[in-house]
Design a protein around this ligand. Structure first.
Ligand SMILES: Nc1nc2c(ncn2[C@@H]2O[C@H](COP(=O)(O)OP(=O)(O)O)[C@@H](O)[C@H]2O)c(=O)[nH]1
Ligand SMILES: *[C@@H]1O[C@H](CO)[C@@H](O)[C@H](O)[C@H]1NC(C)=O
Ligand SMILES: *[C@@H]1O[C@H](CO)[C@@H](O)[C@H](O)[C@H]1NC(C)=O
Ligand SMILES: [Mg+2]
Length: 287
């Protein structure tokens, strides 16, 4: 049998055999479908960066999330009893770190960067929602935004309040940080936590440098109170103490050892002039 023989393999495979036509047709039909599924999967919601927004009631979490969502000052605030996830886009003026090195004319750089913000209820009885989201390792967070009311960080409490704004904020933040310390082994890279010192437009608001100081001081006190409680229970363990060492003065820096990087930045989402840029820059650096 010669190579040019009518029935040779070469002739058949280059000829218009039924088999070849069927295979080609199948590939032509399936390729776009497979391509679609590949890209669809790549863009599935689970791959959108997620940020947890927590903090005491009335600190402005919903106002901040709404500002991010709409880029306007009209915040619709309602008391949330369950976490609400909203899809937001990075303001066009802020560039994500992954887009930073692109040319300005690159359409990819102009594309709006989506992100999810999980607004959790701040009421003391509903804070478990925030801890559940925090401890869920199947969908790791890109960052945590802890909102405090900078105008309500006094250690005095009014007659109608059961707890002062400062001790409420500090004990909630203490518990979040302790939860992060305990899960540090599950993280490959450091987790960033932004303390958003909100309501800077209010004239009684503490300046941002003082917000950091008073929170660190009050968290140190909370830590000692908790440690004493543990000691009397006879269940004292290093891992239950924030920073694991009461001998070391508490500062946010001590948490870097546990892969938690805290930054305190001031701003406001209401008032005459909104001040939100530095917060969104912080978010952008994590995208
Ligand atoms: N002055 C001022 N008020 C604010 C600011 N952000 C929020 N508020 C007010 O604080 C209150 C609580 O806000 P909200 O977003 O519901 O707090 P949440 O309980 O943490 O979700 C509302 O009355 C808001 O109008 C701000 O930046 N400045
Ligand atoms: C963890 O997150 C995933 C994805 O968002 C969700 O399906 C799952 O129910 C969560 N698990 C818990 C315990 O909340
Ligand atoms: C200040 O904080 C306390 C404790 O969280 C709260 O009870 C009180 O309502 C807050 N005051 C204002 C004006 O938001
Ligand atoms: Mg709210």
């Amino acid at each position: 049998m010669a190579w040019y023989d009518e029935d040779s393999f070469l002739t058949r495979s280059f000829g218009p055999s039924k088999f070849a036509i069927i295979i080609t047709t199948l590939i032509l039909i399936c390729l776009p479908i497979l391509t679609h599924f590949f890209f669809y999967r790549a863009k599935s919601p689970s791959s959108i960066p997620r940020f947890l927004v927590c903090g005491p009631s009335n600190s402005g979490k919903t106002a901040i999330v709404t500002n991010f969502e709409r880029q306007t000052s009209t915040a619709q605030t309602h008391t949330s009893i369950e976490p609400t996830t909203i899809l937001a886009v990075l303001p066009p003026s802020t560039r994500s770190s992954s887009a930073r090195y692109r040319s300005l004319n690159d359409p990819q750089a102009q594309a709006l960067q989506p992100l999810l913000l999980v607004d959790t209820p701040g009421h003391a009885k509903l804070r478990r929602h925030a801890f559940t989201a925090l401890e869920n390792s199947t969908s790791p967070l890109s960052g945590i935004i802890f909102v405090v009311d900078a105008a309500n960080l006094s250690s005095e409490r009014r007659d109608d309040e059961s707890i002062s704004g400062l001790s409420d904020s500090a004990s909630y933040l203490h518990d979040i940080l302790l939860a992060l310390q305990k899960t540090s082994a599950t993280r490959k890279k450091p987790l960033k936590l932004l303390v958003a010192a909100n309501k800077m437009d209010v004239f009684t608001a503490l300046p941002v440098s003082m917000v950091k100081g008073v929170l660190e001081g009050e968290i140190a006190r909370t830590r000692e109170t908790r440690a004493r409680g543990l000691a009397t229970d006879g269940a004292e363990e290093e891992t239950d103490i924030l920073g694991e060492d009461l001998g070391v003065k508490f500062r946010f820096d001590v948490l870097e050892e546990f892969g938690v990087e805290v930054e305190v930045i001031g701003g406001n989402v209401e008032g005459d002039e909104l001040e939100t840029e530095k917060w969104w820059d912080w978010v952008a650096r994590l995208l």
